[in-house]
Design a protein around this ligand. Structure first.
Ligand SMILES: [Zn+2]
Length: 70
C-alpha cells in the first residue's frame, strides 16, 4: 500500500482513537513512513466511495472558479 499524498510506503498500524471520534477506541489503519499521513478503515472506505468524485474535482476546480470569476 502506498500513500496517496506522497506515494511513500504505508505500514499497517494499530491506531488508538484518543479523541473518541470513533466508536471503536482501537482501530487498524495505515501510517505513511514518509509524511506520517494516517488512514484508518473508515477513511479508506470513504476514499473508495468518493475516489471517482474527488479526483475529477481536483482538476475541475480551477476551471470552475475561472468560470465563476468570468
Ligand atoms: Zn505519505
Amino acid at each position: 500500500m502506498t500513500c496517496e499524498r506522497c506515494d511513500g510506503l504505508m505500514v499497517s498500524e494499530r491506531i488508538y482513537d484518543l479523541q473518541g471520534l470513533s466508536s471503536n477506541p482501537c482501530i487498524e489503519g495505515y501510517r505513511c513512513l514518509l509524511c506520517g499521513d494516517v488512514v484508518d478503515a473508515t477513511i479508506l472506505e470513504h476514499r473508495r466511495r468518493s475516489t471517482g468524485a474527488i479526483k475529477p474535482l481536483r482538476s475541475v476546480t480551477p476551471r470552475t472558479s475561472r468560470l465563476v470569476a468570468a
